[in-house]
Write a protein that binds this ligand. Structure first.
Ligand SMILES: C[S@@+](CC[C@H](N)C(=O)[O-])C[C@H]1O[C@@H](n2cnc3c(N)ncnc32)[C@H](O)[C@@H]1O
Length: 553
């Protein structure tokens, strides 16, 4: 059976189009067919035949390497390849996943934030490359394929794509490869089963029985409608019957939930259900507590999410503050970006908005009490709460102690200590009332050691004050739901540090740092998220030092 364009009907819709075309042809050739029946037939054909083209057109276009892979696949003479003995089996070009399904897989990878994917049955790699495009840079896709010829065919196109390096093709029988992957302790966030139909059930069982699928991982299964033969009567096709049995097995498997999407030849999306559900099913003797189930059913990574939280970061126009604002936003919080420089604050808000994070730019000088109160009021009127107060703004002036002026001392203390205190107090007035809050102050490694050779008495003493402020507030407010902690960064790599005059200092500092490098602002991001989230609820008054070991030498 081939369609008018010479393609073998490969999906329920293509079969329908084929049958309806034939019916319309017969009806047209017969004068006695009632016009109404003819119209219905034509309309049914229009609906069925327009669907795939429409889906093609309204789906995000494929990348250039995918276009090339598709073209290269459908124009290849697979029969000749088989006759030449280059493949063990005759491979129909219809094997290819194609644009709409490729984009569906890509979307699923994004949605489950997969980092490791397993594909069983790669063919020329269209599905593999589609999924790889959605993986982060350190993501990995293992593609299992029987035919060595297909690796040679796909690799040059993979090499042209910036995502191709994420794909590792493993040649051999998929079942043997699965055993090897299990031996190696591999686990996957997403598995795409698209190889020999009779073995689907074995792949599926092996994956679940051997923990190859991470908890909350997803299995996608291709061809689960098998040209509609899974539900038609009098079907003898072995592959269709294998798929029918497979579908029946999965729907009765209590370890999973699934849905069959009637896209192309059917894609079943299977999700491993929670550990608690598995545990009651297996009646395993386990301690079913929060360690097992997760606090409020959340895994540790989920507990670090900040969805629905309102945060502010002072000094967020650049450097550490900007990195904190991005980190809190990436973790799910709405972030008020506070800075004395309105343009810098606006710019960071634009960056956040581009990443889909809600931001609010606030211009404030935190050494002024009226600015501090205005900052809190603006956040309250915009978002109705403050859950996370990140008091980061600070200044640093250098002078030998015998020359330090009172102006320098006062200015430094006015921002670093007095300003931080005012922010803590203003934020806490909201937080204590709501019975919840996370205050995170930026102190410094200078609170522990005396960094040298630069001389910065006012800075060092003000930052030591921030630690004591943090400890005092942290103990005073913890029983009313407000944690106060601080982060003490070591020497942070900023553009200023690369100036010629500071280079000799940098060399000196580096020899004092066990890590052998300065801190990047990104080295501090996980700490602020940790201190901002519920997972750190028992931590208060703590000085979290992140200095590559410098204070220990
Ligand atoms: C439907 S095609 C896969 C299409 C592919 N996923 C794509 O995105 O275009 C099925 C592939 O499975 C491979 N295959 C079949 N049996 C296999 C087995 N036992 N082990 C590994 N690969 C197998 C075939 O060689 C073929 O390339």
């Amino acid at each position: 059976m081939t369609t008018r364009n010479g393609k073998v009907p490969d999906t329920p819709v293509e079969v329908l189009v084929d049958l309806l075309s034939k019916a319309v042809g017969i009806a047209t050739a017969n004068n006695g067919v009632p016009t109404e029946l003819m119209d219905h037939l034509q309309r049914a054909l229009d609906i069925a035949s327009g669907l795939d083209d429409y889906l093609e057109n309204i789906t995000t276009p494929e990348s250039e390497p995918l276009t090339e892979l598709y073209r290269k696949t459908v124009t290849h003479d697979w029969d000749q390849v088989y006759k030449d003995g280059k493949t063990m089996f005759r491979l129909p070009k219809e094997c290819i996943t194609g644009h709409v399904e490729g984009q569906t897989l890509k979307t699923l990878v994004h949605m489950c934030q997969a980092k490791r994917i397993l594909e069983i049955g790669m063919f020329t790699g269209y599905g593999a490359l589609s999924m790889a495009e959605a993986l982060p840079d350190d993501g990995r896709l293992v593609a299992l394929e029987l035919e060595p010829y297909l690796k040679e065919f796909a690799q040059p196109v993979f090499d042209k794509s910036t995502h191709g390096k994420k794909i590792h093709v493993k040649i051999g029988s998929a079942m043997e490869s699965l055993k090897e992957l299990t031996e190696a302790g591999e686990q996957f966030d997403m598995v795409f089963i698209d190889a020999d139909k009779s073995n689907y059930i074995n792949y599926y069982k092996f994956i679940l029985d051997n923990n190859l699928l991470r908890l909350r991982g997803v299995i996608c299964v291709d061809n689960s409608l098998f040209k509609a033969k899974v539900y038609l009567k009098n079907v003898t096709d072995e592959n269709a019957l294998a798929l029918r049995d497979f579908n029946a097995f999965v729907v009765n498997d209590p370890r999973v939930e699934q849905v069959l999407l009637p896209l192309r030849d059917g894609i079943t999306v299977v999700r491993r259900v929670s550990a608690a559900a598995e545990c009651s099913r297996t009646k395993a003797i386990i301690t079913e507590d929060e360690v097992f189930r997760g606090v409020r059913g959340c895994t540790i990574l989920e507990r670090m999410r900040l969805d629905g939280r309102v945060a502010y970061v002072t000094g967020a126009g650049q450097g550490i503050g900007r990195a904190f604002a991005h980190a809190l936003g990436e973790a799910g919080a709405n972030v008020a970006v506070v800075d004395v420089d309105p343009i810098k604050a606006e710019t960071v808000v634009k960056e956040l908005t581009l990443k889909g994070i809600n931001g609010l730019a606030i211009t404030a000088d935190i050494s002024k009490s009226e600015d501090v109160q205005r900052m809190i009021d603006s956040i309250m009127s915009k978002w109705g709460s403050v859950h996370i107060a990140c008091n980061n703004a600070g200044i640093n002036m250098n002078s030998a102690s015998e020359d330090t002026t009172l102006e320098e001392w006062d200015q430094t203390f006015s921002v670093n200590l007095r300003g931080t205190f005012m922010c803590c107090q203003a934020a806490a007035r909201v937080m204590l009332k709501q019975g919840y809050g996370k205050i995170i102050n930026t102190a410094s490694m200078a609170s522990l050691i005396v960094p040298h050779p630069q001389k910065q008495l006012s800075y060092n003493t003000s930052k030591a004050g921030v630690v004591k402020l943090t400890q005092t507030l942290g103990t005073e407010w913890i029983d009313r739901g407000v944690c106060v902690n601080c982060i003490s960064p070591g020497i942070v790599d900023t553009p200023l540090i690369h100036s010629e005059s500071l280079q000799p200092l940098v060399q000196r500092w580096l020899s004092d740092i066990p890590a052998g490098r300065l801190a990047q602002v990104t080295d501090l991001q996980a700490a602020v998220v940790y201190l901002a989230c519920d997972a750190s609820d028992y931590m208060t008054g703590h000085n979290l030092v992140i200095e590559g070991g410098q204070s220990l030498w």
